[in-house]
Design a protein around this ligand. Structure first.
Ligand code: 1HN
Length: 351
């Protein structure tokens, strides 16, 4: 029922009079503030590698890694242009490093993950240890640790950067500083963190070297793939996810980073998955093979046919379904640990 004209006018006058005092009536915005279900401003998005790669290579001609500090093309959600965000909470970008280049050492509060997309033989260094990159490896830069990258191989190396930049920005909690050295000194042998923490054993006396972040900083693809292949052969296939595993912090059993969860999944050839939706928005990197993702929200529908090295985003509470006639491997990351820490995570598996 509408209020009579006089009442409406009195209200409008009230709003105008209080406005200069920075006061707003809740009852005019209540519904939008507390929606019956999430209505993400993000849209599903797809970046085909064939289309992105030429721009990355042109960026390689246009600016050095040293000049750029980080030579990255940001994967911006089409509905959030200008915000450097793939979803409301997650940043994603593709970083290129050419032979002989160094991306200088610095540190920041924002946590980062690297997922290697193309090329081998570049390294990243964290806390005095280097790790060599191979396609499909998942590498972590914990919050507030110095890190630099370099390429001592003979071809370009490209990786996906995933950072919690929008979350840290939302909380106004960002700090950053440059290192005194361009490349940090190597103080530990390559592979020592994996040997210490990555074989179902841990040192007898230890403190978590990176606090809430996993002490393993490179999770090699070779091992993730082996696990997925064995499970594809020997275990039931999940009707929604195919074969899907999450990466783990071996000291806690939780996610490798406090703000981001990471996953790898294999869809067997002929997989036609069921629909699901979840409140954590996710960014996907196609490791091998091809397939398609169908996404639905309200009346809107999207379908992306993806191939190797493509990237795509499924926003919060969008219904999605994966299929793959020939089989494929997908890496993904999301803000699920934050949802779970706040006890607000929801997931629905639809039939
Ligand atoms: C950063 O430090 C890296 O270390 C990549 O490779 C992307 C985006 C924003 C801020 C810092 C890196 C970044 C970043």
């Amino acid at each position: 029922m509408n209020a009579p004209d006089a009442a409406v006018q009195a209200r409008q006058q009230l709003y105008r009079d209080m406005d200069p005092h920075n006061l707003t009536p809740l009852w005019e915005v209540l519904h939008a503030l507390v929606p019956p279900q999430p209505r993400s401003p993000c849209v599903p998005a797809h970046w085909k590698y064939d289309e992105v790669r030429p721009f990355l290579m042109r960026a390689g001609q246009a600016i050095t890694a040293d000049e750029a500090v980080r030579r990255v093309l940001i994967l911006e959600n089409p509905a959030l242009r200008g915000q450097s965000a793939a979803t409301q909470s997650l940043y994603a970008g593709l970083q290129l490093i050419l032979p002989g280049e160094v991306a200088p050492s610095h540190r920041h509060v924002q946590s980062a993950l690297r997922f290697i997309v193309e090329g081998s033989g570049a390294y990243t260094a964290v806390d005095g240890e280097r790790t060599t990159m191979h396609p499909g490896d998942f590498i972590i830069t914990p919050s507030w640790t110095f890190h630099d990258h370099g390429n001592e191989a003979d071809g370009p190396v490209v990786w996906l950067d995933g950072l919690d930049i929008p979350m840290v920005r939302f909380l106004d909690a960002g700090f950053a500083e440059n290192d005194t050295a361009r490349s940090q000194q190597v103080t530990r042998a390559e592979g020592s963190s994996l040997a210490r923490y990555g074989h179902n054993m841990v040192p007898v006396r230890h403190d978590a070297p990176f606090g809430a972040t996993s002490p393993i900083f490179s999770y090699p693809y070779e091992r993730s793939r082996q696990a997925l292949e064995q499970l594809e052969r020997d275990a039931p296939i999940d009707a929604w996810d195919g074969v899907k595993l999450r990466y783990v912090n071996p000291l806690t059993g939780g996610y490798p980073m406090p703000t981001m969860a990471t996953f790898m999944q294999k869809l067997p050839a002929g997989f036609a998955g069921k629909c699901w939706r979840q409140t954590d928005g996710a960014v996907y990197s196609v490791v091998e093979g091809s397939g398609s993702v169908e996404v639905e929200a309200g009346e809107q529908r999207w379908r992306f046919d993806f191939g190797p090295r493509d990237h795509f985003v499924i926003p919060s509470w969008h219904t999605a379904r994966l299929s793959s006639p020939g089989g494929c491997v997908l890496f993904s990351f999301s803000d699920r640990p934050v949802h779970q820490a706040l006890a607000i995570h929801r997931e629905e598996r639809l039939s």
